[in-house]
Design a protein around this ligand. Structure first.
Ligand SMILES: Nc1nc2c(c(=O)[nH]1)N[C@H]1C(S)=C(S)[C@@H](COP(=O)(O)OP(=O)(O)OC[C@H]3O[C@@H](n4cnc5c(=O)[nH]c(N)nc54)[C@H](O)[C@@H]3O)O[C@H]1N2
Ligand SMILES: Nc1nc2c(c(=O)[nH]1)N[C@H]1C(S)=C(S)[C@@H](COP(=O)(O)OP(=O)(O)OC[C@H]3O[C@@H](n4cnc5c(=O)[nH]c(N)nc54)[C@H](O)[C@@H]3O)O[C@H]1N2
Ligand code: SF4
Ligand SMILES: [Mo]
Length: 904
């Protein structure tokens, strides 16, 4: 929706963030050159104007460098007509030769609902294959299955306000401070207003989220079911059960309680299983029992587990027993990851779902969808879930796949095998807005998609709120929305009539009509109230919750508070769950458990956040976090390199020694890819075991072993152009403002490394002036190439990292159009003038590094407010406040826990 012109050529558009499931509203302003700035939308009910570091940097990610701007067939640019003909033609050939199930789609929670709907309809209804799955399988599948088991429907009962109305918030397997920063800030603000609000964090790691924890339970990986079974027993024994609610509105409580008691009779048993102190468990149980207004927020520490679905039900059981569900300030609350994880669940784009909250479980649903779509070849049973889908490709059962808005060669477990399967697949189509991804490298056809800021449609956030995403600028080059490409392929396959959409409004109305079609209440998802809206009403649509039936004046906000569930008998179901260890436990050969997850400022495989220089300053390298005891045991030194091996694959990462890890566990981020690192693609190693109910992989627990990697040199390389560093043992790339920056290391002598990098430099930059400084005795070798009075290439080699400059010094010199004499001198010294950045950048918004913060603390700043006044740190998005508080606390106690040189 266009709000108002602000200046000639400028417009403000109200839209939603591209990233997480909080679904913040933004006001985006674009100018005539296509550059976009964003601020939080003060009226959006998810964020009321706030934005985190990623959201506020969105404008910086929209450059065209690296964008896929035209379709490609076998690596050559082609027109849309030819490419779409090729896709439709190959699909038809595959179907003719191998049957409908030989075609598959693998899609994503980063599609808009309209794209998602069309993908699902085309594959399941018209191509008639069973095999459409989504990256939500890696993300939300266990919550979906857990919800369906307990509620009869995949429905999140609560709303964000519950976080502000609760007296106790339990965060299970959620690093909310980094992954849902605006929800975290809402809790922080409420706690400042109401200090009696209690927070418990259940996570094997001490994370930034623990900053606000009254109690942190660093349980053994995978032991959540035991903890919540113990809680169920305790709640029952101390009389905290709501007998009326349980009797009137639920079923199967006796089985659930009996199993809980049989497995976890007392706190001591729980303590042994979970590796926690009995007193801490007792404190948690007591707090939960006595606090009616309790919200349990959970995320990937729960879902991404071979016991993920049972973990979800163990949590829901505790809420059903106490009747704390769907009322203000209480309930289980699964927070979603991707911006439209929920939309995908609503359109039914999971292999075991059909459409609009209908599944293949009953023939009436299949028949209803067939009639509604007038679908000639509707699939009549569920297909392969993500991990199995790629196995079926490997086995040659699936011959053609269309991958859209996801990067499975990085994000699926056992990623090397996934890449090999794609390489062997007959026909791979990849739709993305980025040209070079690990997945795109295996594509036969690339389709250029419209990205955030160009796409037009709707998304649903974690609290079931549907918001518009609106375009701020036209899509560049030949990029087109995904729904358009899908509809064009459909037309070419002979289904023109059923895909004659003029725009996203047509698709949205059809989706809304299907949600209400013959829906007598058996399906919770119903947005019939907006099924007939006009195009202009669709454009102006304000954020609203579902369900919103045609006969309701306003949407329903909370659900199940009245005790009515979506099961056939209307009762909520307890599920008896038995604790079990992760499928793959540590062994003598692989003695440590690898946990994986996210960094504050990066989004998944970095195709977008990796484009914003300021988002790469917080964690410029992926680190293997390891407890100091384990580091000593396996000869790992902070800042050095380690090789990590599992049964499935290996990676090489820099070591960060910390006491934030539970001994016996290590942690690595999921973000770095084969296009951005030599050996940082962590999922090469990750365990492909899945949850038996949801098919969600166990991404948080893989047995590994670690060993030191000898590096005889460390290097820092900055180049205006992206470099091909094949053949180097260790490199990691991040984007600077006007250059690429590489951390490097290797087994060669510093001199041999010098020769290799010097050759690369000369090959990269022609007719340049060559500056150099060599002190071979000290193992320090530095060189720079200047052309056209601008710095083009600089590299620094040293025997160890202490001999390298901080990256921010030379990085700043890339900005200069003409280098002055003293600036030239500064290049080899590795610093920019008047600036001495120390350590990682903590506040990405204002570029404030740890050194400056420590200095300010030493000179008297005692609060985050004082730091904000002195340095501006933490005054914009606030995502760094937990780290500012940690630095203040460190100074106050003189402790240095969790601090590692590798973060510098
Ligand atoms: N900055 C940033 N934010 C994001 C994303 C991003 O890429 N970057 N991605 C978005 C997406 S798609 C998602 S799904 C969400 C994910 O959001 P989160 O789930 O909060 O993030 P993760 O880091 O994957 O994992 C959460 C925590 O689970 C813990 N954990 C591991 N094993 C266990 C266990 O057995 N039990 C318990 N209780 N905890 C365990 C990990 O130590 C980790 O701290 O984030 C969203 N937001
Ligand atoms: N080890 C480990 N692995 C994990 C996880 C973990 O915690 N640990 N988390 C898992 C989870 S929860 C998730 S959600 C996945 C995420 O994993 P992926 O979905 O594979 O990661 P992204 O980098 O978000 O990939 C999205 C791709 O789509 C492109 N894209 C974005 N928007 C659009 C669009 O509108 N149209 C098109 N056509 N392309 C678009 C982007 O450029 C990018 O290449 O990773 C999973 N993998
Ligand atoms: S919390 Fe941050 S990443 Fe998530 S939607 Fe809001 S601004 Fe975007
Ligand atoms: Mo996710």
């Amino acid at each position: 929706m266009l709000l108002q012109p602000v200046a000639r050529g400028q417009q403000i558009v109200r839209t939603t963030c591209a990233y997480c499931g909080v679904g913040c509203g933004l006001l985006a302003t674009s100018d005539e050159h296509g550059s976009v700035t964003v601020v939080g939308d003060p009226q959006h009910p998810a964020n009321f104007g706030r934005l985190c570091s990623k959201g506020s940097a969105l404008g910086e990610t929209l450059g065209l460098d690296g964008r896929l701007l035209a379709p490609e067939i076998d690596g050559r640019p082609a027109g849309w007509d030819e490419t779409l003909d090729r896709v439709a033609g190959r699909f038809q050939e595959v179907i003719a030769a191998h049957g409908r199930d030989a075609v598959a789609f693998y899609v994503s929670g980063q599609l808009l609902t309209e794209d998602y709907y069309v993908a699902n309809k085309l594959l399941k209804g018209f191509i008639g294959s069973r095999h459409l799955d989504t990256n939500s399988r890696l993300c939300m599948a266990s919550s979906v299955t857990g919800h369906r088991r307990a509620f009869g429907s995949d429905t999140v009962p609560g709303v964000y306000e519950d976080l502000e109305q609760a007296d106790l918030i339990v965060l299970v397997g959620s690093n909310l401070a980094w992954c849902h920063p605006i929800l975290f800030q809402r809790i922080v603000a409420e706690r400042e207003r109401r200090p009696t609000l209690r927070v418990v964090v259940i996570d094997p790691r001490r994370t930034a989220t623990c900053d606000i924890a009254d109690l942190h339970l660093p349980l053994v990986a995978g032991s959540d079911v035991a903890l919540f079974n113990g809680l169920l027993v305790h709640l029952h024994d101390v009389g905290a059960a709501d007998r009326t609610f349980v009797n009137r509105h639920t079923s199967d409580v006796d089985q659930a309680l009996a199993t809980a008691r049989a497995t976890m009779p007392d706190v001591e048993t729980v303590a042994r299983f979970c590796g926690l102190a009995s007193a801490d468990i007792a404190a948690f149980f007591a707090l939960f029992a006595q606090t009616e207004k309790t919200v349990t927020v959970y995320s990937q520490g729960v879902n991404q587990s071979s016991a993920g679905t049972d973990k979800v039900n163990a949590i829901i059981n505790a809420h059903l027993l106490t009747g704390r569900i769907g009322r203000a300030g209480m309930g289980p609350f699964s927070v979603t990851g991707q911006p439209n994880a929920m939309g995908g669940r609503e359109v039914g784009a999971l292999a075991n779902q059909l459409a609009a909250h209908m599944t293949y479980d009953d023939t009436a649903s299949v028949d209803r969808v067939r009639r509604f779509w007038n679908a000639p070849h509707l699939a009549i049973s569920g297909g392969h879930k993500a991990v199995d889908l790629f196995r079926a490709i490997e086995a040659g059962e699936i011959k053609a796949i269309w991958i859209m808005a996801t990067n499975p060669a990085v994000s699926l477990p056992d990623a090397g095998r996934v890449a090999r399967a794609l390489e062997a697949c007959d026909f791979v189509v990849v739709s993305d807005f980025v040209r070079d991804t690990d997945t795109a490298r295996h594509a036969d056809v690339l389709l250029p998609a419209a990205g955030w800021g160009e796409k037009d449609g709707t998304v649903t956030n974690s609290e079931r709120r549907i918001s518009r995403q609106r375009p701020v600028r036209p899509a560049p080059g030949l990029a087109r929305p995904d729904w358009w490409a899908l509809s064009e392929v459909a037309r070419r396959m002979g289904f023109a009539e059923s895909f004659a959409y003029r725009g996203p409004g047509d698709i949205f109305r059809e989706h809304a009509r299907l949600s209400a079609f013959e829906n007598d209440g058996a399906r919770a998802f119903n947005i019939g109230a907006v099924a007939d809206i006009s195009d202009s009403a669709y454009d102006a649509l304000e954020p609203f919750h579902w369900p919103w039936r045609a006969d309701q004046d306003a949407p329903r906000r909370r659900l199940f508070g009245d005790g009515t569930f979506v099961t056939p008998d209307g009762r909520g179901r307890f599920v008896a769950v038995t604790p079990r260890a992760p499928r793959h436990a540590a062994t003598d050969e692989f003695p440590l458990i690898l946990n994986t997850g996210r960094y504050r400022d990066q989004w998944h495989t970095m195709t977008r956040t990796g484009r914003a220089a300021r988002l790469s300053t917080h964690r410029p390298e992926p680190l293997l976090a390891i407890h100091s005891h384990d580091a000593a045991r396996y000869d790992l030194v902070d800042g050095d390199l380690a090789r990590i091996e599992s049964r499935w694959g290996t990676a090489t990462l820099r070591v960060s020694v910390t006491t934030d890890q539970r001994p016996g566990t290590v942690f690595a981020p999921m973000h770095w890819t084969g296009t951005l690192s030599a050996a940082g693609r962590v999922n090469e190693m990750v365990n492909p075991q899945t949850d038996p109910h949801s098919g969600q992989p166990e991404l948080k627990a893989t047995p590994v072993r670690v060993s030191p990697v000898l590096a005889r040199w460390q290097g820092l390389v900055l180049s205006r152009q992206k470099l091909a560093l094949d053949g180097h043992a260790y490199w990691v790339a991040v984007r600077g403002a006007d250059h690429w920056c590489y951390e490097m290391a290797g087994p060669e002598t510093p001199h041999a490394a010098w020769e290799k990098l010097a050759a690369l430099a000369t090959a990269t930059v022609s007719s340049a002036e060559w500056l150099q400084y060599r002190d071979p005795a000290a193992g320090r070798l530095r060189a720079a190439l200047v052309a056209g009075e601008r710095l083009q290439f600089a590299f620094y080699i040293a025997a160890d990292a202490t001999g390298l400059p901080s990256r921010s010094g030379p990085a700043a010199l890339f900005d200069h159009q003409r280098l002055a004499v003293d600036q030239r001198r500064a290049i080899l010294a590795g610093r920019s003038l008047g600036q001495g950045i120390q350590g990682p950048v903590v506040c990405a918004c204002h570029g404030v590094d740890r050194g400056a913060i420590e200095l300010a603390i030493a000179s008297g700043c005692r609060t985050t407010r004082a730091l904000g006044e002195r340095l501006r740190a933490g005054t914009n998005c606030g995502s760094c406040l937990p780290e500012l508080r940690a630095l203040l606390a460190e100074q106050a106690t003189g402790s240095h826990h969790g601090k590692s040189k590798a973060f510098a």
